[in-house]
Design a protein around this ligand. Sequence first.
Ligand SMILES: [Zn+2]
Length: 589
Amino acid sequence: MKRSEIKTEYTWNTEDILSGISEFNDRFLNLEKQVDFSMFKGKLSSPDVILECYTKLYDVYSELEVLAVYAMMKRDENGADPVANELNCKIDDLSVKFSAETSFIDPELSTLGKDFLENLLKDGRFNDYELDIKRLIDFLPHLLSAETENVLSLGGKVYGGYHDAFSMLDNVDLDFPTIKVDGKKVRVTHATYSSLLQNPDEKVRKNAFKSYYKAYLKVLNTITALYRGNVDKNVFLSRVRKFNSSLDRALFGEEVDKSVYNNLIKQTHKALPTLHRYISARKQIMNKTIHMYDLYVPLTENADLKLDYNEAFDLVLKGLEPLGNDYINLLLKAKNERWIDVYETEGKRSGAYSVCVHNLKHPFVLLNHTKTTHSVFTIAHELGHAIHSHFSKTYQPRTKSDYKIFVAEVASTVNEVLLIKYLIANANDNKTKKYFLSYYLDTVRTTLFRQTMFAEFEEKAHALSEQGSPLTKETLNAIYLKLNKKYYGKSVVSDKEIAYEWARIPHFYSAFYVYKYATGIIIAIAIAEKILSGEKDAVKNYFKFLSSGASDKPTELLKLTGVDLTSNEAFELAFNSFENALIEFEKLN
Ligand SMILES: [Zn+2]
């Protein structure tokens, strides 16, 4: 479909940002002149000048964000549009210039020392900038001499080399095998692998699994060298910056305490017997020995939802009803006031996202709606982001409205959990109920248990390197196989190939990232369970969290909802929810 053939009500209204290209160009010209911070260079020694600099920094940045979002949305409407592409090139260039122009600010402020910066915090005029100042103070123990900082920044490009090399190997050079499916040759690639593992024919799954891993085995020495290099790089950077470990360095950047990481692993271990029980249920239903390649086969008949956009939206409204009228009205506002771009059109960006910056009138959501269950969940998910952003920017100053990655997926996942719970509770027949129960169980298995196992692997690999033990393929395989056996239990055969599954996980090149998937879903289930059980003020407290932006450390903000990741409660809520779904599922079989 061409964009012009879509009814206006199903397209987002970019005129809520600016009137069109000519306004963009005018504002861009104006902004270009302001991207000059030379007047502050070497002068940041008095509170007055610092305040002036911060004000200008955020003024320019806010305008840059608005123009960047507009350019991006125009390009995403149609990637082939030369005008939109030109806008993006202009914005990219100006962003690079902005970064270069302002790169002196943090280092220069840091030289003023702890006492000076702490005094700024006591000066009421700096209230809006307190997070920036606190961040500088916290970083002081890790700040190095100007010369060393310069050397480190010159090395910036080098650090990404392991990831780039792995990507090339994994996406381009790897010799993907071919197997026979229904007499036809099928290539086992990253794209086909997951659907092949869902094939009802065990032979197909087994062949796909064995041949896929064989391809990795052929390059395992190279991958081991790349992964070891990446781990060593993390250890190097954490030592240079005087962190106790690579994990400490990673968590520092996100303002998350190590006790959260440790507690995630500890609590997940406690729940492993429930995961094992789920695998046993699978074993019973499939009536066979379960291998690693049997874990993705659907356990139920397909009961996929086939809803057009308006029906899907209505279903989302029903699912999110427990959040109350104010929330529902905002969703309707988003729909009626054209925050959302609904359908796939020629040249439109695939997938889905929500975008918002402080100076926009409201967030925007890009969808590519089709009649699938996945599309219904996508509406709930992206609107979760949108409403979170909307609350944050309404209730926080621009310097505190941009919530951190650690909590970024909370609101979207709360919506998904509420929706799945609604679908389970309101399923018309057992077939549908089973379908949604297994959807939920599999989501928790892959997002919570599997990602925690990954997190544990990363921690162990880095710890070994930190102790000076060589990371060989034998050591890495042994760590991984042991974890796999521990997590999946005795009901599954830990096939020998699974020992080097670590070698095919791209996320391991962004160390200590995946644990956030696990904490994200735990937080979301805990919040959803509190709301659904009618806990006093659960919705009110959740709204406080949605309104809190980045006004404090993410784990502190979560406490507004009653979720404390250093204690047991949230974990128990999440694991009980998983267990209850499992009990219901077992009854239906
Ligand atoms: Zn998301």
